[in-house]
Design a protein around this ligand. Structure first.
Ligand code: ZN
Length: 542
């Protein structure tokens, strides 16, 4: 080899090292959660995206993100995304649970309420971070630099609360007909303006959305069991003032993103001396999934509309010239209606009425000669509580009988008692290798979890009555509910894809590292994901 060639070769890495200065922190973190956007939906529609989701698909892609815990619901899912902690640490074990120590008669608490507010109930509550046990990214950012601002906007209060954490400058969420919430120095002007836009839109009926070519093949009516209307052909036409129809359509995400963009502009997020956070929960995908299932024309239209809305939103951010980083993930996945799955020869069904706490409680009461409800729970799976009004001996008998009855049911995969969960070790290793006990442990809070926990077998939709409008759901310990995409994008970042599993608890330390916000060792469960495509790293050195 000629000497000059050797010198040139040697010089290359040196030159690369000399130019590889750590990049300055982005000025704005945009963290987006798409409610019920499963890894399966991302894979199915990825080739069809042309807008914001296409941009993110060409960024840094972790197609196998995991909401690794058991109760894959909105509140625990959102609680993991920006805290870096599993529900066992965030305290948000599910959307709701029973607290028999509180005075109010229903004993049923909601994850983002404050039960200490006089007169509050499960249905009428004050939105609060009361039950959240750990800080979120915005709190860590403010701890590092008090000039950082944090704004949370979502289609659901629990999404805004869990993404925003304790200290938000503005926190807004859909309350049924408009956005409600609060701002530190009063509501931003953007809120009143967007609510006027919403009121004007709601006052008008809306025609059906046009049928995108790729969605046409999915338009086919499917009968559902349990009294619900057939699904598979709706295109979101609605009457004037139909706020539920507004919510269950791309309209909700459009106004949520519009409010987020206006708040960004009004508060000059990304233009200050310290990095700012804009956390957004887009919720319509979840309402569409519950109302129509995940595999019909409705979800197709919804996801393509969301893709376009996100594209417009990013275009507006681009126009500001701000150096921003986007992270997009989901709070959980989902499962289609079992009736459509059955048409594809997929063994699937709906839970037996005998599994509901009301029916099971009644049977136990008759069998054991006990008064009262015996069993408190919000559905056919998850945390179950034995009525504390029963004397201790009766409670023990009821617990043993209830555990035995659930274990004996052919639709039940596993039942774990509080004692078994307390004794279990915290899970580690790739989340797809976890046992059912591991998954349950990740959702276990000794003070909040039930006397026992029921996990249903895969593809058992945990309700049979579809007459109230919901036909499909999520919440299980199975991977269709646990797996979500985790996508990062920043201008100038070299794209890559890492197909191995990571967890949503890894998102917070990853973003914190990018903006140079230190996280106290041991304070979280997640780890920093390296967003550098090559041998350099965006994570702190160890
Ligand atoms: Zn959700």
């Amino acid at each position: 080899m000629k000497l000059f060639r050797l010198a040139a070769l040697l010089a290359l890495p040196l030159a690369a090292a000399a130019t590889a200065q750590p990049r300055p922190a982005p000025k704005l973190v945009v963290a987006i959660s798409v409610d019920q956007f499963s890894a399966d939906l991302f894979a199915q529609y990825r080739q069809h995206f042309t807008g914001g989701l296409k941009r993110l698909s060409n960024g840094i892609v972790f197609p196998s993100g995991y909401q690794s815990h058991n109760m894959t619901e909105t509140c625990p899912g959102h609680s993991t995304i920006l805290t870096g902690a599993r529900p066992a640490r965030t305290g948000i074990i599910s959307n709701d649970w029973y607290d028999q120590s509180i005075a109010r008669p229903d004993k049923h608490v909601y994850c983002s309420e404050d039960p200490n507010v006089p007169g509050s109930s499960f249905d009428h509550y004050t939105v609060s971070t009361h039950f959240l046990k750990v800080p979120a990214l915005g709190d860590w950012m403010k701890r590092a630099d008090s000039r950082s601002r944090s704004v949370a906007v979502a289609g659901k209060d629990r999404a805004a609360v869990m993404l925003g954490g304790y200290d938000t400058d503005q926190r807004w969420y859909w309350t049924g007909k408009e956005f409600g919430g609060a701002g530190k120095n009063g509501p931003a002007a953007a809120v009143g303006a967007i609510n006027a836009v919403v009121a004007a839109a709601l006052a008008q009926p809306r025609d059906a959305f046009p049928m995108p070519e790729i969605c046409a093949a999915r338009s086919r009516a499917v009968e559902v069991a349990g009294g619900g209307a057939p699904v598979g052909t709706a295109r979101f036409a609605r009457a004037a003032a139909d706020s539920r129809g507004f919510r269950t359509s791309p309209e909700l995400d459009a106004v949520t993103l519009e409010l987020a963009a206006r708040l960004r502009s009004e508060l000059h997020l990304g233009e200050g001396p310290a990095p700012d956070l804009l956390a957004i929960g887009v919720s319509a995908t979840d309402y569409v999934g519950h109302t129509y299932g995940a595999e019909g024309v409705e979800m197709c239209i919804q996801l393509l509309a969301l893709d376009r809305a996100l594209g417009d939103f990013f275009d507006r951010l681009d126009a500001t010239g701000i150096d921003y980083v986007v992270m997009l993930t989901a709070d959980h996945g989902g499962n289609d209606v079992p009736e459509r799955e059955a048409q594809h020869a997929i063994p699937a069904g709906r839970a037996d009425a005998a599994l509901t706490p009301a029916q099971m409680g009644k049977e136990l009461a008759a069998k054991l000669g006990l008064p009262g409800p015996v069993l408190l729970a919000s559905g056919a799976f998850g945390d179950m509580y034995i009525d504390r009004n029963l004397p201790p001996a009766a409670r023990a008998r009821a617990l043993a009988a209830a555990v035995a009855a659930y274990r004996a049911h052919p639709q039940v995969a596993a039942v774990f008692t509080h004692q078994e969960l307390e004794a279990a070790r915290a899970p580690s290793g790739p989340p797809e290798t976890w046992t059912l006990l591991d998954r349950a442990k990740a959702s276990f809070d000794p003070a909040r979890s039930g006397d026992f926990l029921v996990q249903l077998k895969p593809r058992v939709t945990p309700f049979f009555d579809t007459s109230h409008g919901y036909v499909a759901t999520h919440g299980s310990a199975w991977d269709y509910d646990r797996r979500v995409p985790i996508l990062f994008w920043r201008k100038g970042m070299v794209s890559f894809e890492q197909p191995l599993s990571v967890e949503t608890i890894d998102i917070m330390p990853t973003l914190a590292a990018l903006i140079h916000v230190p996280i106290t060792p041991g304070a979280i469960d997640g780890r920093c994901l390296d967003l550098d495509e090559g041998p350099a790293s965006t994570c702190p050195a160890h």
